[in-house]
Every structure is written in structure tokens, then in C-alpha cells.
Design a protein around this ligand. Structure first.
Ligand code: NOJ
Length: 746
């Protein structure tokens, strides 16, 4: 008893010590920031709020400016973006060190899915539902980017997206606020590591605040019109999760939200983010978005745009030059109190201190470390494993997959088989001095995998786009000689990404016709679909023998695909977004309301909420994905069927691997609040577990239901758990519910 008491006392003392140490440390940073700020002129303060693009790479419309070096020397620039390599960052930092106060520059970059080592695009990685893997890929990206002089990534993008026409659906974690929040936190943790002061940590940036993913019609940069309830319940949670995970920065967004541009939106930035959520980092605008408020039509000119943005809480101006040109005048005109400027500058300088840049502005500019980290074989290994974990098995008729490694002849056909850079997806970074074509192509992956006894045949068949069928004959010829055909088709990598919205999301060109021609040979065909978004591919879905949705997998794509095709990795990924049957169904998502006239089948369209000419069901549901093995769920038990708000219910079940292969299953827990003061969705994901099971093995798993999982925003936007009945569903997908029970909140 006494020992127990001593242990508790010891732990409390340790915690108190840690707390006071952290406070003392923070105080030092605050004091140091103050001491710098006391020396700064207004122009120098505004300089810290000004960010420019380096001249070599552009990820937005460029403003030609030959005065950059001079302005940096004058202390008029606080940060640069698109400036990569130790050589380049050192060059600019040396110029900053010639400024009066020698305040170091911050180097920001879109390190979205890897730096030199490219990982799967974020939406693909989200299919893994594997938070450790996701954290690891961000950690490696941070290690490489920081070794190359970068302090700050403009990632993760945590926008919920329910419209696959929107090109940037590739950059997030899909449609669901719960999964999206878990992944947002995992990515922030990965980029920032344990401590921003570690030399291999970079600042993360939660973007785009807010609701950018709900652009009307899926058209990039378009307006967003949304109820407050939907905003709070679906679109804000991943941002809140990023704040809770300690994210250092936020980026606001191009869209207007209910008529107010996000960049000048005080409700979002000052009231919610910096007020209610007490976010202590800083907010950067999106590229030129302060100036673009003039186009939105909320302000007359740059002067008014600047006033709107700074008042709303935007601390740094990316590339619009509005702050540089107008802030001083606004202060002089007494429109902007100096406190607003001081608050913004304090937030920015705080991060520069936390990164250790005031102690050593060149600490990220170490060419030896750069050389070492950009050639780290461990990174390649992880990229391959994470890529394999991101591939979704959508169909596997007659258990065609995995293929045997002694298959005699394989015809590998399609416009993406030998592609290199395509595999990298939209946000790859061209790192100077490194061959950006250094990628394991899908062809190479197969060559690496099969032995000498397997004959590999290749034909391109057709292009990604266009009507040219002249390659079909050769493709059919080799298909006839093969035991099995693998066909690699899909989008080009630049068909999804920023400004890449599409109204037609079919597989482009004649690629599905090529599949038809190949199937006519009678050979089994495995289709690899490469894309940055859910595509519509009903012919393929209904006729191919097997389908792997490979998205864009990054530098190790070929090896990872081969690992899955031949069963060295048993696919475990599940969709984080609904795949529509037709663009006509968009937006389609699993957590919809029931409506007053719910349609439950396509056979009854009698005055209910259905289409007259189209099914109401998606092609592939949220949470769907197959494995080479099979899983059974049994033995569902709830510790009780009634709980008070202070109590918890333990949910337990058994999952068994009933097939021939070892595998992993993502077990999903959904709830439905049956009667609420406002309508509640038919199903909401509230928890999941990814577990590994050997063939024949069974494992118990448990979930805990607490008040938090039962809460929602009521009409007054209060976060409440209302008493009443709840349905509990345990599923292998949002559609494939295996076990059910119900309970009551008292
Ligand atoms: C515009 C994009 O919306 C944003 O996500 C990105 O970080 C910036 N350009 C910088 O490249």
C-alpha cells in the first residue's frame, strides 16, 4: 500500500516538474520573441507576414519580381515557398542574415505524399486505415524534406471530400469525419515528430480552412454553401483533430463559405480557430487568396482585401503582396490596430524559435545529412510496404489472385505498364540532383518478382486518352499466348490534383474497349486501375476477372503491385470514400439521412427518394475492400444495454480468419442514433480496428462506447448526447454489416 502511494507521489512530482519545465521553456520562447519584437520597425513586422515563391518552381500563378533578394535583405520577407535543397535554402538564408535583425527565413513546401521518396497519394494511403503506416510516411517525408533545408510542409490537407469530380479529392482522406480526423492527427504527428525543435521535424499545416472540399459541382476554387451544422459535424472535425495533435500552422482557403471568402472569414479564423479552439500557431493564406477576394466581390481593392484578411486572422500572405503593399497604410489610417500585427508576428516568430532557427538559421542546411537521408534504403522499404497497404482489392472472381509465381506466361498490357513518373501522382517534388524518373515501374516490379520460368509479354494496347485502337491487335495477340492477362489502365496523374476537376470521371479513351477485346480472348484479366479519384468503370467492374485499385502509389509502385498480385502481401485496404455508379449520383456518401420517404431497394420507386433511371446504391461502398482470405465475425456482446452519460459500454466480438491466407481485417463500428432532436444519419463510423490474423486464427476485439461517441451538434450547435435508443452495427464495410445490437442512453 505504502509503495503504491510512493509511486503515485513520484509520478505526480514528475508530472509537476515536466509541466513547470515546459512552462519555463515556453516562457523563454515568449521572452525571446518579445525581445526581438521590441527591436522591430513596422515594416520589418510586416515583412515577417510576407511570403514569396522562389523563382524556380511554381504551384500557382507567378508574379515576376526581380527584387526578392533586395527585399529579403531589407527584412521585408519572412518566408519562401518552393525553395528546395540545402544549396538553394542556404543561398536565401545567407541573404536573410544580411538583414538588420537577421531574422531567419522559413522555407515552406508542398511535401504532400513524400519528398524524394514518393509515397501513395493521401487518398490511397487513407485506404490503409493504418495510422502507424500513415504516420511513418509523413515522418519519412519530414526527415527527407528537413534534410533538404525545408522547415514547413503545406500538408496535411484535411478537407472532407464527397465529390470525386473535384480533382483534389486525391489529397485528403475521403468522406468521413471520424476517419478523416484520425488520419489528420496521424499525419500531423508524423510531420512534426515529438518536438518541433528536432532537426528532422517540420511544421505541418492543416488546410484548407475551411470547407474547400465542398466546392459546388466539384469545380475547384468554387463557392461553398453549407449549413453551420454540416460544417461543424462533418467538415470541421479533422481540423479540430489537427489542432489537438499540436499542428503548428493552418492555411485558409480559396473558396467562399456562404458568401464570405475563407481568407477573410473572421468566424472561421478568429472566432473558431484562434478563439474557441485556442490555436496558438499561425495562419497562412493560400496562394494569392488575399488579392483574390477582389474577384470574389467582397472587397473593392487590395487595401480592403488586406483589411479583411488581417482582421479575420490571416497572419501570413502567400504571394499576393497585399500585406506588403497595404498593411502599413492601414495602420497609419488607424484601420488596423498594431496589436493585430503584433499578434501575427508573434505567432510567426514563435515558430521560428521553436524550430531552433534563431539558434542556428542553417541547422536544416547540412549537405551530408541531405545526402544521407535522400539515399536512405529504409525509406524505400517503407514506401513499398505502405504502397502495398494502400491497394484495394475490389474484385477477385474464382480467386484468380494471388497469381502463382510459377505462372508460365503473363501478358502485361496497357498504357501505364511501363510508365515511370505517372506512378508518382500529382504532388511530387522535383528534387535537384535526383533523377525524378527513379521509380520502380509496374513492368519492372513484375520482372523483379517472377522467376526465369515465367515468360512476360508486353503490349501497350492504347493510349490513356484518344480513340486510337491500332494497338489492340498486338495486345490481343499476346493475350492469346498467355495464361493470364494483367491490364493497367486509368487516368494520367495530372488528371487529378489542384485545378483538375472533371465532369466525366469514366476511365478515359478506349481503355475499357481494350479490356473488352482482351476478355473476348477468354483469358482471365486482372485490371489495375490507376487514378487519383474514384472513377466510374461499370464495364470493368462487371466484367474483369479481378480488379486492384492501385491509385498512384509512388516511387515503389511496381514492387508493391507485384507484392500484392503474387500474394507476398495480402491486400487489406478499404475505401475511405464511396465509389459512385454514375456521376449522376454525386454527392453520394454512406452517412446520409433517412429522409421521410426512404428508398430501400431499386425495385420500388413508388413515391420514394430514388432515381427513376438509376440505382440509388453506389458501385463500391465506403469501407469496402476484399482480402485473399475470408473473415467471420461472431460472438457480439455488450457489457450492458443501458448506460447513463457517465458510464461506458464495452463491446466485444470475435473475428476469425476462415480462409487459407494470413491477412488483416479492418473491423468497423457504426452507430445510429434512432431518434434525435434533429435527424441523424442512418449510420456513422465511430471506431475501427485493424487486426492481423493468421489463417485459421481467431481474436477477440473490444470497443468502448462512451458519451462522446453518442454526441452530435444539436440545432443550437451544442455538442450533446441525447437520451434514447442507438443501433450498433459491426461491419466489414458500411454496407456489409455483420453483427448488430442496440442499447439505450439513459
Ligand atoms: C495552392 C494550393 O491550394 C495549396 O494547397 C498549396 O499549398 C499552395 N498552392 C502552395 O503550393
Amino acid at each position: 500500500m505504502k509503495t503504491k502511494f510512493n509511486t503515485v507521489l513520484w509520478i505526480l512530482l514528475l508530472l509537476a516538474y515536466q509541466l513547470s519545465f515546459a512552462q519555463a521553456q515556453q516562457k523563454t520562447v515568449d521572452q525571446r520573441v518579445d525581445s526581438v519584437m521590441r527591436l522591430m520597425t513596422l515594416d520589418e513586422k510586416i515583412g515577417q507576414m510576407n511570403q514569396y515563391n522562389d523563382d524556380r518552381i511554381a504551384t500557382g500563378p507567378i508574379t515576376v519580381d526581380n527584387e526578392k533578394a533586395k527585399q529579403i535583405r531589407n527584412g521585408q520577407v519572412g518566408s519562401l515557398l518552393n525553395c528546395v535543397s540545402t544549396e538553394r535554402t542556404r543561398k536565401w538564408q545567407e541573404i536573410a542574415m544580411q538583414s538588420r535583425l537577421k531574422i531567419p527565413l522559413l522555407f515552406g513546401q508542398d511535401v504532400v505524399h513524400g519528398y524524394k521518396t514518393t509515397f501513395p497519394i493521401p487518398l490511397a494511403e487513407a485506404c490503409s486505415w493504418d495510422l502507424d503506416a500513415i504516420t511513418l510516411s509523413a515522418r519519412i517525408a519530414a526527415t527527407e524534406a528537413s534534410a533538404s533545408g525545408i522547415h514547413w510542409t503545406f500538408a496535411p490537407m484535411v478537407d472532407i471530400a464527397r465529390d470525386p469530380r473535384w480533382g483534389r479529392v486525391m489529397e485528403g482522406a475521403g468522406e468521413d469525419p471520424y476517419l478523416g480526423s484520425m488520419i489528420a492527427a496521424a499525419r500531423v504527428k508524423g510531420f512534426q515528430g515529438d518536438n518541433l525543435g528536432d532537426v528532422n521535424s517540420i511544421m505541418a499545416c492543416a488546410k484548407h480552412f475551411a470547407a474547400y472540399g465542398a466546392a459546388i459541382g466539384g469545380r475547384d476554387y468554387n463557392s461553398v454553401d453549407m449549413s453551420d451544422r454540416l460544417l461543424w459535424e462533418v467538415y470541421l472535425p479533422p481540423f479540430k483533430a489537427a489542432v489537438d495533435a499540436g499542428v503548428a500552422t493552418f492555411m485558409n482557403s480559396f473558396n467562399d463559405l456562404n458568401g464570405v471568402p475563407a481568407t477573410g472569414n473572421k468566424y472561421l479564423q478568429r472566432d473558431i480557430l484562434k478563439g474557441k479552439w485556442a490555436f496558438t500557431g499561425f495562419v497562412v493564406s493560400d496562394w494569392g487568396s488575399i488579392g483574390e477576394m477582389i474577384n470574389h466581390g467582397n472587397v473593392k481593392n487590395e487595401y480592403e482585401a488586406t483589411l479583411s484578411a488581417i482582421t479575420a486572422g490571416c497572419d501570413m500572405d502567400m504571394e499576393s503582396r497585399s500585406y506588403k503593399n497595404n498593411l502599413a497604410q492601414l495602420v497609419k489610417d488607424k484601420k488596423v490596430p498594431i496589436d493585430l500585427i503584433d499578434d501575427a508576428v508573434r505567432r510567426i516568430l514563435q515558430k521560428k524559435f521553436e524550430l531552433g532557427l534563431f539558434d542556428d538559421p542553417f541547422r536544416y542546411c547540412n549537405p551530408e545529412r541531405e545526402q544521407k537521408e535522400l539515399n536512405n534504403p529504409e525509406h524505400t522499404k517503407a514506401a513499398r510496404e505502405i504502397a502495398a497497404r494502400s491497394i484495394v482489392l475490389l474484385k477477385n472472381e474464382n480467386q484468380l489472385l494471388p497469381l502463382s509465381k510459377s505462372t508460365k506466361t503473363i501478358a502485361f498490357i496497357g498504357p501505364l505498364v511501363k510508365a515511370l513518373k505517372q506512378n508518382k501522382g500529382f504532388w511530387d517534388v522535383e528534387v535537384p540532383g535526383y533523377d525524378s524518373n527513379f521509380i520502380v515501374s509496374q513492368w519492372q516490379g513484375l520482372v523483379n518478382k517472377v522467376g526465369l520460368k515465367t515468360k512476360l509479354l508486353y503490349a501497350k494496347g492504347c493510349n490513356i486518352e484518344g480513340n486510337d485502337r491500332s494497338g489492340f491487335a498486338e495486345a490481343i495477340k499476346i493475350a492469346k499466348k498467355a495464361d493470364v492477362v494483367i491490364l493497367s489502365i486509368g487516368e494520367r496523374r495530372d488528371m487529378s490534383g489542384e485545378a483538375k476537376s472533371r465532369s466525366n470521371i469514366d476511365i478515359p479513351g478506349v481503355q475499357e474497349d481494350l479490356l473488352k477485346a482482351l476478355l473476348a480472348t477468354g483469358k482471365p484479366v486482372v485490371v489495375l486501375i490507376n487514378a487519383g479519384r474514384p472513377l466510374v468503370f461499370n464495364y470493368t467492374a462487371d466484367n474483369a476477372t479481378a480488379i486492384l485499385y492501385t491509385w498512384w502509389l509512388g516511387s515503389e509502385a511496381g514492387d508493391a503491385i507485384a507484392d500484392v498480385i503474387f500474394g507476398d502481401y495480402n491486400p487489406s485496404a478499404k475505401l475511405p470514400i464511396t465509389f459512385p455508379l454514375s456521376v449522376g449520383q454525386i454527392p453520394i456518401y454512406y452517412s446520409h439521412f433517412n429522409t421521410g420517404r426512404p428508398a430501400t431497394s431499386d425495385n420500388n420507386r413508388n413515391y420514394n427518394s430514388s432515381y427513376n433511371d438509376l440505382s440509388i446504391f453506389p458501385k463500391f461502398a465506403f469501407g469496402y475492400g476484399l482480402s485473399y482470405t475470408t473473415f467471420e465475425y461472431s460472438n457480439l456482446k455488450l457489457s450492458k444495454n443501458k448506460m447513463t452519460p457517465d458510464e461506458k459500454i464495452e463491446v466485444s466480438l470475435t473475428v476469425s480468419n476462415t480462409g487459407k491466407y494470413d491477412g488483416e481485417e479492418i473491423v468497423q463500428l457504426y452507430l445510429r442514433d434512432k431518434v434525435g432532436s434533429i435527424a441523424r444519419p442512418v449510420k456513422e463510423l465511430k471506431d475501427f480496428k485493424k487486426i492481423a490474423l493468421k489463417a485459421g486464427e481467431s481474436k477477440p476485439i473490444t470497443f468502448t462506447i462512451d458519451k462522446e461517441k453518442l454526441s452530435f451538434y444539436n440545432q443550437q450547435l451544442q455538442w450533446v448526447a441525447e437520451p434514447g435508443d442507438f443501433d450498433l452495427m459491426i461491419g466489414a464495410s458500411s454496407e456489409n454489416i455483420r453483427l448488430r445490437d442496440s442499447f439505450e442512453l439513459l
